[in-house]
Write a protein that binds this ligand. Structure first.
Ligand code: DOR
Ligand code: ZN
Length: 431
């Protein structure tokens, strides 16, 4: 059996450094001074060991836009970002609204072997919001779809959403909603507020998100179902999720690193690298989102990693596609926005980037404790490192990072998937 020995690592950043011996796919021993004759050794130098990260919201663009990202390049970006599991959204071309596509995504992810790629199935046929997709066959397929979303589009019709929640409930799967009332965002390209007004950009009001969050909380309540809110972006969404939880409604929510760090002052340059859906909001929204993540009102971080080709970004703001790269920068931004100001400790990082997202979708072998007998899905983080983001150096095919030339704290130095090193010192390690 292959062995991997992680020397001098600090699980959850706590206590004195220990050694962690992985045998096969499982953590076999934890303690000081471990040795193993034939083991691959990683010297941790006191770095922080966390459970491998889980991203509930990734766009890998395969099938259909392999010029911008593939399951292989996206998996490499994920491994480099410390992820051991990602959920690949359904807005591919063709749309992942049948098990033919979702099974392919799962199989291809396993073939690449850098990260577990869980396919997300579409809620409605073609993401059109009119007719429910065959969720049951996708859930029963090889890809075992456990999360459904029309992300990129909102399941706006309340009756379709109600049926989707009821159906999902009976299948034991999760509906993740891109909350955007489309009548309120027709032609919208930026957060509706003073900045967009001054710049002459059509506004996307907070109420377009919040009205759907409120509606879906009520629909979930009545269906006795669970609902997950994608990329929460406003202070009002935080208040609504807090209220719904206080009522015992089974609602969970994610926030992206870019909504925690950036705000709409970014739009001054008209550079469409800052265009994203939902849009960057005001600084007060970002502050409310950070506090809500610290308080557990928002459950987890999800990247909404959205690669786009140069020609789809380097054009007029109004016609550019929304979306930003996120997998390789997520940890550093969480450290900058949450750990550095004391809003989260490393246990908290493990919670919001690994344990909670895994629990939300019911993964058995991700987001597990770092303990003997547990699956060896692990991420090693150097908290003292600093690095400067360069889009061209990222593993993604696309370069659309809003963090170009920005310097951030903390770096993922190794990622381990079921006992196999998938990333080490900035390089993805193939099978
Ligand atoms: O900014 C976004 N980009 N938001 C979405 O909902 C979809 C995503 C994409 O697919 O590019
Ligand atoms: Zn979305």
């Amino acid at each position: 059996m292959t062995e991997l020995l992680l020397k001098n690592v600090r699980p959850y950043g706590e206590g004195e450094p220990v050694d962690v011996l992985v045998r096969g796919t499982v953590i076999a021993e934890i303690g000081p001074g471990l040795t193993a004759d034939d083991a691959e050794v990683i010297e941790g130098n006191g770095q922080i060991l966390l459970p491998g990260f889980v991203d509930l919201h990734t766009h890998l663009r395969e099938p259909g836009r392999e010029d911008t990202e593939t399951i292989e390049t996206g998996s490499a970006a994920a491994a480099l970002g410390g992820y051991t599991a990602v959920f690949a959204m359904a807005n591919t071309s063709p749309v992942a609204d049948s098990h033919v596509i979702t099974d392919h995504v799962w199989r291809r992810g396993q073939e690449v072997g850098l990260v577990d790629v869980f396919p997300v199935g579409a809620v409605t046929v073609g993401l059109k919001g009119k007719q429910l997709a065959e969720m049951g066959t996708m859930a029963a397929g090889v890809g075992q779809v456990r999360m459904f979303s029309d992300d990129g589009h909102c399941v706006y019709d309340p009756l379709i959403m109600r049926r989707a929640l009821e159906y999902a409930n009976s299948l034991g799967v999760l509906i993740a909603q891109h909350a955007e009332e489309p009548r309120l965002t027709e032609g919208a390209v930026a957060h509706e507020g003073p900045t967009a007004a001054r710049l002459g950009l059509a506004g996307w009001p907070r109420a377009a998100e919040e009205s759907i969050v409120a509606r879906d909380a009520l629909l979930a309540r009545d269906a006795g179902a669970r609902v997950h809110i994608c990329h929460a972006s406003t202070a009002g969404t935080v208040e609504l999720v807090k209220w719904a939880k206080s009522q015992g409604i089974s609602i969970t929510a994610e926030v992206t690193p870019h909504h925690l760090l950036l705000d709409d002052s970014r739009l001054e340059t008209y550079d469409a690298v800052n265009k994203v859906n939902p849009p960057l909001r005001e600084a007060s929204d970002a502050a409310a989102l950070r506090q809500a993540l610290a308080d557990g009102i928002i459950d987890c971080v999800a990247t909404d990693h959205a690669p786009h080709a140069e020609q789809d970004k380097c054009c007029e703001f109004a016609v550019a596609r929304p979306g930003m790269l996120g997998l390789e920068t997520a940890l550093s931004i969480i450290v900058q926005t949450m750990v550095a100001p004391g809003l989260l400790d490393w246990r908290g990082v493990a919670k919001v980037m690994s344990e909670k997202p895994a629990a939300i979708v019911g993964l058995d072998d991700h987001g597990r404790p770092i303990a003997v007998g547990e699956p060896a899905n692990l991420t090693l983080v150097d908290p003292d490192a600093e690095w400067t983001v360069r889009g061209a150096e990222l593993a993604s095919i696309s370069n659309n990072t809003p963090f170009e030339d920005m310097t951030f704290p903390a770096e993922v130095t190794a990622t381990v998937l079921r006992g196999r090193v998938t990333a080490r010192e900035g390089k993805a390690v193939g099978i």
